[in-house]
Design a protein around this ligand. Structure first.
Ligand SMILES: [Zn+2]
Length: 206
């Protein structure tokens, strides 16, 4: 799933737990993606371009069921015992694990049970059908907005960012050459999107 709709998930959690900081909830739903960016820069994880199609390939540390559970647990421990805030601890942990659950639905079969697993076992592959992917993600983003009872500007942010994802969703063939040649472009672009969607969702959900 693309950055804007992971970010929109924070709206669902915020609605259920209004006292939780929106900024922290936005961090929680993208924590695993931020790790993916860092691990790609470090060369611990990588994507590939094969026959003009992009594949996320190797992301067992940032995107496995086990990593999601561990990250959610550590977050819970830090916030619950370190900061004595059980409500935020639960909300933040749910945010962290939501990322893996949602990616298991949208990704290709590239998600492992744990970093120690031989092969990936999850991913329904919706991403392989760009238009279906676009429609489902847009509907999900709008659902989050509706559930949150957001204002008009927040809806515009969600719709516009979804539309801006179309080039990457539809990108294939020679268009992906630069990404293949310069492997830091994709993680940098994803990081840029994460930061942008954090800001705009935070700003217009207040
Ligand atoms: Zn992800």
């Amino acid at each position: 799933m693309y950055a804007i709709n992971h970010a929109a998930t924070a709206l669902l959690i915020k609605k259920k737990q209004p006292t939780a900081s929106m900024f922290l909830l936005l961090v929680s739903v993208q924590l695993m993606e931020v790790l993916w960016v860092i691990f790609n820069y470090l060369g611990w994880e990588h994507f590939s371009v094969l026959d003009g199609e992009m594949h996320l390939d190797f992301l067992p540390y940032s995107h496995s069921v086990f990593s999601g559970l561990v990250a959610a647990f550590i977050s819970f421990v830090i916030i619950n015992w370190g900061y004595n805030n059980r409500k935020l601890a639960i909300a933040f942990s749910i945010g962290v694990f939501s990322h893996i659950i949602i990616d298991m639905i949208f990704h290709e079969k590239d998600i492992r049970l744990s970093p120690f697993s031989e092969t990936p076992v999850w991913g329904w592959g919706i991403i392989d059908h760009p238009l279906l992917n676009f429609v489902l993600e847009l509907m999900y983003g709008i659902f989050c907005w509706w559930y949150f009872k957001g204002n008009k500007n927040l809806l515009i942010v969600i719709v516009v960012f979804n539309i801006m994802d179309l080039p990457l969703m539809l990108g294939h063939g020679d268009m992906l050459k630069p990404l293949e040649q310069y492997p830091y472009i994709l993680p940098s672009f994803i990081l840029f999107q994460i930061l942008n969607t954090w800001y705009f969702i935070w700003r217009y959900s207040r």
